[in-house]
Design a protein around this ligand. Sequence first.
Ligand code: NAD
Ligand code: IPM
Ligand code: MN
Length: 370
Amino acid sequence: MKVKKTIVLLPGDGIGPEVTRAAATVLRECAQEFHHEFDLHEFPIGGAAIDAIGTPLPNETLDACSKADAVFLGAVGGAKWDSLPVGKRPESGLLGLRKGMGLYVNVRPVKVLEPLRGISPLKPERLGDLDIEIVRELAGGMYFGERGNTTENGVERAWDTESYSTPEIERIATFAYGRAENRSRRLCSVDKANVLMSSQLWRRTVVAMSGVYSSVKLEHMYVDNAAMQLTLKPSQFDVMLTSNMFGDILSDAAAALVGSIGLIPSASFGTGAPLFEPIHGSAPSLVGTDSANPVGSILSVTLMLRDAFGLSLEADWVEQSLHRVLGGGYRTADIAQPGASTIGGSVFTEMLREEMQRTLEHAERYGWGV
Ligand code: NAD
Ligand code: IPM
Ligand code: MN
């Protein structure tokens, strides 16, 4: 079925514009081949918006995102804006966007891509069939708690507060239980309930809900152990549910297991339009080298196609084509075997576009589903 969607693109800073171009290429190709209408509109965010308009989240940007069917974000941040205070930095633009769009769920799927099995820093027997979803709370916790700083007797003090209410925990846990029900029905809630009161409430709330989801095997783990277990035996996990702060840290650690942070996509959901973004940052040292890996960005588009628009066939088509390009040995520098030749991110995207066309021709010729 033909669909018509309005998509806002927020390229941002550093490698953000490069990986956003890859996302836009895949969206345009998809619209053309499947006769959908995707209206792509670009708006400034982060450092680019500070430079152009004087604020990291201009009103027009938030307005456009709120009215869109889906939003794609590249990355924000960079040394140029690092001396700005919290609240005025590029990163505050992203946090304001998440809050302003009512996004409280962030799902980060971390999965071994078969052609890339060999690049994991883990031995194959430890890596196993790593396929997890980190469900990160996105609208609360320390990121949005009370904060401040004072100077008393010449001594400076600053604080950020980790705070969660029962409804905030219930809504993210509801999402995570639902995901677990549709996967292998194992949910690991990660907290620091041996130390933090907010974590004790987190754990009590998740336990209180377990009766409703009786098919899901619930487990709890302290965050320090979870970080270690991810490295020792990541395949023990299916869905991991955790707070904003812990989810940020654990997802970068998990990304390393499959070879590069440049491979991992994410989807954020809430009360309005969903947001899709790779989990990496603006990677300042890669700017101008065309070596940013666009895969996390491209997989964020497949999440958009599948989860925001219900276009599973199209998402499968992109993913299968991507696997073929990787299977052909084409790699950006971050995912290349030592000594192997590499290609730039823009060349990789062009190879994917060509492969997507070949896959479709093949499917049409032989009457297969893609
Ligand atoms: P980063 O994710 O930008 O980079 C971490 C490491 O991963 C670097 O070595 C980088 O070169 C590499 N890397 C990241 N993305 C890659 C890709 N697509 N392909 C290949 N290699 C990749 O994190 P950082 O260095 O801690 O932060 C840099 C800036 O990005 C900071 O300003 C930070 O606040 C910001 N940041 C933004 C986001 C976001 O916009 N969602 C996320 C994380 C960090
Ligand atoms: C991420 C980033 C952001 C976060 C920053 C840039 C605000 O690290 O998306 O993982 O901490 O959520
Ligand atoms: Mn992060």
